[in-house]
Design a protein around this ligand. Structure first.
Ligand SMILES: *Cc1c(COP(=O)(O)O)cnc(C)c1O
Length: 394
């Protein structure tokens, strides 16, 4: 079979992930392999753990990269903590909360869903009501940045409830880690996972993962073994922990090189500078989109700075415009999932994708398409609104 050489077309990735990858990360991916038990590689793992503790803002000893995408981290958070019959409160205000609840049920747990309309946050009061009227609740699972709706969940109030009711606090930080502050220790988060291809701007394939000592104790006290062998953290600890370093499964060597380089880039930029960059580009994007009649689904104050979900007016054929953005301009943005299909665009400004140049490029392309179709009469309004944000002093 003569399969031709493949060179991917040029793309500007401004969807819900994957995001653009820095050339240094691509270079790291192509460096020669080491064995997964080579002492030099083990030292690389130590560095990755230290860098992950830095982005997670934690001292947790158990801070690793799970082999697999963000969903592997989601699965690991439940299979390790939940035993058959355990109750888990899951905040459901979008696709990822729905999935998490389904994982709980597949593990034989009881998912107590606390729902909110898509685009809105989970109200701490609603969580507290369930905590009060249910028996013991093993864990409360909350998505920090709901990528399907753009809702940004405040975590501290729910963290306090978890402490009060002696439940573990599980957080999905897939679309926030590396783009917005995720303070594991400060917010008393017990289990948290992310994914490399969102705000860390690395290809997909690893899930940064951290466990508090409370979570570790719960895992050690299990009555029945974790139903997943591959994601059993009690076993995986033997590979990552200093001193043991025993083979469990072959580490994805090249992906770990890539993650290390991506985390070095985060460290060089600094967390606060990085978060400010994401916020500023998000503000400029929203200012521009608003001029085009595209309003964020989530209310002010609860908008994820790394992913903007805007409602597309009914007269605009959203799928057609999205396809046009891709074919004419090479720009990828996301469509809606589930009940939001055909109704929203999801624009990610994550990691390397979050730049002023990318914001202006996208707004310019949208303005051009909107003018051509007669949905916009004055050229330049979106670019001007965004520029105004950029001309503010930092
Ligand atoms: C993308 C995403 C996931 C799933 O991650 P994959 O890498 O696609 O497996 C989970 N949670 C949230 C909030 C996400 O955005």
């Amino acid at each position: 079979m003569a399969v031709k050489n493949f060179i991917p077309p040029r793309r500007l990735l401004l969807g819900p992930g994957p995001s653009m990858v820095h050339p240094r990360v691509l270079r790291a991916l192509s460096t020669p392999l080491l064995g997964h038990l080579d002492p030099v590689f083990l030292a690389i793992m130590d560095e990755i753990q230290a860098l992950l503790r830095f982005v997670f803002q934690t001292k947790n000893r158990f801070t690793i990269a799970v082999s697999g995408t963000g969903s592997a981290g989601m699965e690991a958070s439940i299979v390790n903590i939940v035993e058959p019959g355990d109750s888990v409160i899951v905040g459901v205000n979008g696709v990822f909360g729905m999935r998490w609840a389904s994982v709980v049920e597949r593990c034989g747990g009881k998912a107590l869903r606390v729902e909110a309309p898509w685009g809105q946050i989970i109200e701490p009061d609603a969580v507290e009501q369930v905590l009060q009227r249910s028996g013991p609740v093993k864990a409360v699972a909350i998505v920090h940045a709901e990528t399907s709706t753009g809702a940004w969940q405040p975590l501290e109030p729910i963290s306090q409830l978890c402490r009060k009711h002696d439940s573990l606090f599980l957080v999905d930080a897939v679309t926030s880690l590396g783009g917005a502050s995720v303070e594991i220790d400060q917010w008393n988060i017990d289990v948290c996972y992310s994914a490399t291809q969102k705000c860390l701007s690395c290809p997909p394939g690893l899930s940064p993962f951290t466990l508090s000592d409370r979570a570790l104790a719960a895992i050690k006290a299990r009555r029945v073994p974790c139903q997943s062998w591959y994601l059993d953290m009690a076993l995986i600890e033997g590979y990552w922990a200093e001193g043991t370093r025993a083979y469990h499964h072959t580490a994805p060597i090249s992906m770990l090189y890539a993650l290390r380089e991506a985390l070095r880039l985060v460290e060089e930029e600094g967390l606060s500078g990085r978060f400010a960059r994401h916020q500023r580009n998000s503000d400029a994007l929203i200012a521009g989109l608003t001029e085009l009649g595209l309003e964020p689904l989530s209310p002010i104050g609860h908008r994820v700075p790394t992913l903007t979900c805007v409602t597309v007016p009914a007269h605009i054929p959203e799928a057609e415009i999205r396809a046009n953005l891709l074919s004419t301009y090479g720009i990828e943005v996301g469509g809606g999932l589930g009940p939001l299909k055909g109704k929203v665009w999801r624009i990610g400004l994550m990691g390397e994708s979050s730049t002023e140049a990318h914001v202006l490029t996208l707004l310019n392309a949208l303005e051009t398409l909107f003018l051509r179709s007669g949905w916009l009469s004055t050229p330049g309004v979106a670019l001007q609104a965004a520029s105004q944000i950029y001309s503010r002093r930092v």
